[in-house]
Design a protein around this ligand. Structure first.
Ligand SMILES: Cc1cc2nc3c(=O)[nH]c(=O)nc-3n(C[C@H](O)[C@H](O)[C@H](O)COP(=O)(O)OP(=O)(O)OC[C@H]3O[C@@H](n4cnc5c(N)ncnc54)[C@H](O)[C@@H]3O)c2cc1C
Length: 482
């Protein structure tokens, strides 16, 4: 149902006339995130500048039972910010201030629309940084990182976003403002901060965050190695972990992807290699020397065809470019990519890789593979053309098969990209009805009128069509009777 003109007028008076968007062209920009299979246009886009404005918008939405989906930069890969029930797309990107950096307590206070990388840039002069580093960090916002509990290449050693957030200011669905956590680690009461992080916008809108900063490591060593097969590289990863070394990162890129990167950037990568493995070590200088020897031994045992260590920061950045530019480079092969995010036990890496190749052959699709190999988080990217309806159908079906494969092999649906709408139908494959019901209770406690990001994460009996919602392609293709 379109939003009443009188409500739109009140929204304009809260945030300012030019920060409410309503033309078809403007709304189309916000019809999806980076998961572009599923499209749903909001009724209005609202861009607040402060917690007070967010609170006033939420109070108004609550009064009129209008759905609100928070949005940061829209780089999400599970349709989290897509307004599947219509309503307001609440875009936090104007709230991008770094409010303070405290080098003594090693704490940053930021508005949630600040980009991930801007926090580390602001802390740089104190030799501190914010450890979570999603590959989208130049664009993705702290609010999005918190809502998705994002990871990144260095999650292997430093953990997810939840390990680096100390406190939050949150606007609830009725416009009330609460604080969770604080500047020092609080242990009293229920861990509502923990509940909020990873809740994908379904229980409130974060507006400010208190973030933990950590010092830069004394020494960093970054290695790039080539292997004839992904399986050999995967075995090297397992051997490194078994040797007792905990690298800061272990990232694996397959041949298709490394060739796309080489086509884009002409970095001199070895096009003939079956796989490229990046390993980064960091810590005190003395320890690194020992770890480097162990890593070289594991790489050698698995017949790496060549090994290069970065000699300086420039060479290190070049190695990381081969990984961090991977998804963009795949755009050279096909205009659209559906990136999956399953996690499997590390021991099943080789098996999973060959099973994904079988799924690609079965559906006659091209699938490129990038892995956070150290923690078993796979990112198969199914490449396709959105105007080819038959291909799109095969993409959705292959995606579902890959998700089911991860679960069947003892893994799970998502390592870091969240459930959103993309994986909502598969939630019952990993959670019992009792567990899902517990999640519904939590959601209802925070958001009894289902204002915050409805239709996401937790399946309801109506998930296949969600009456009142926008019909989604995925649900049409994967469910019957909707
Ligand atoms: C090229 C590329 C590389 C990527 N690499 C990684 C990676 O390495 N690791 C990783 O984890 N992810 C990665 N992602 C996915 C994505 O960047 C992350 O999920 C990121 O945290 C999303 O941030 P965003 O600001 O774009 O959020 P959006 O996409 O705008 O929103 C994501 C979710 O957060 C909610 N949300 C946003 N802001 C708020 C708020 N203030 N309060 C409450 N809810 C909110 C939204 O409702 C939505 O559910 C990648 C994406 C791309 C396109």
């Amino acid at each position: 149902m379109p939003i009443d003109a009188s409500i739109e007028t009140r929204l304009r008076s809260i945030v300012g006339d030019k920060y409410v968007l309503s033309s078809a062209v403007d709304l189309a920009v916000y019809e999806c995130d980076a998961e572009t299979l599923d499209i749903a246009t909001p009724d209005l886009v609202v861009l607040p500048k402060s917690t007070d404005e967010v609170a006033a918008v939420m109070a108004l939405a609550y009064e009129h039972r209008i759905p609100v989906s928070a949005r940061g930069a829209g780089t999400g890969l599970s349709g989290g910010a897509t307004t599947v029930m219509g309503g307001i797309s609440l875009v936090l990107s104007r709230m991008n201030k770094i409010l303070s950096i405290d080098a003594v307590d090693r704490v940053a206070v930021v508005q949630v629309g600040a980009t991930n990388v801007s926090v580390s840039e602001a802390a740089q002069r104190h030799s501190l940084y914010f450890a979570p580093d999603p590959s989208s960090q130049a664009a993705s916002t702290i609010g999005g990182n918190i809502a998705e509990n994002s990871g990144g290449p260095h999650t292997l050693k430093y953990g997810m976003t939840t390990n680096h957030v100390m406190g939050l200011k949150v606007v609830l669905s009725n416009g009330e403002v609460i604080t969770l956590g604080g500047r020092s680690r609080t242990k009293e009461g229920l861990d509502l901060l923990g509940v909020f992080i990873g809740s994908e916008g379904t229980i409130g809108i974060a507006t400010e965050a208190i973030l933990k900063l950590i010092p830069r490591a004394q020494a960093v060593e970054t290695m790039l190695a080539y292997f004839n097969t992904v399986e050999a590289a995967g075995q090297a990863v397992s051997d490194v972990i078994a040797s007792g070394v905990v690298p800061a990162a272990m990232e694996l890129v397959d041949q298709l992807t490394l060739n796309a990167v080489e086509d884009s950037w002409h970095m001199g990568l070895d096009r003939s290699a079956g796989a490229l493995l990046i390993i980064e070590l960091d810590g005190p200088r003395t320890g690194i020397t020992i770890q480097r020897k162990k890593v070289e031994s594991c790489i050698g045992t698995n017949n790496a065809t060549s090994v290069q260590w970065a000699n300086d920061a420039y060479e290190r950045a070049k190695i990381w470019k081969a990984r961090k530019s991977a998804f963009g480079a795949l755009g050279r092969i096909a205009p659209h990519g559906y990136v999956l995010d399953g996690v499997i036990p590390r021991s099943k890496l080789a098996l999973t890789i060959s099973e994904i190749a079988k799924i690609a052959a079965q559906y006659n699709l091209t699938i490129a593979n990038v892995y956070h190999a150290g923690d078993g988080n796979l990112h198969p990217c199914i490449l396709y053309h959105k105007d080819n309806a038959d291909e799109v159908k095969r993409v959705v079906q292959a995606g579902r098969d890959i998700l089911e494969l991860s679960v069947r092999l003892g893994g799970t649906l998502s390592g870091e990209h969240g459930i959103g709408i993309e994986k909502i139908l598969e939630m019952p494959t990993v959670f019992s009805e009792e567990s899902l019901e517990s999640m519904r209770w939590v959601k209802q406690s925070f958001d009894p009128e289902n204002i915050c990001n409805p239709g996401k994460v937790i399946p309801t009996p109506k998930s296949c069509g969600e009456s009142g919602g926008r019909p989604l392609l995925r649900h049409k293709l994967l469910t019957s009777g909707c």
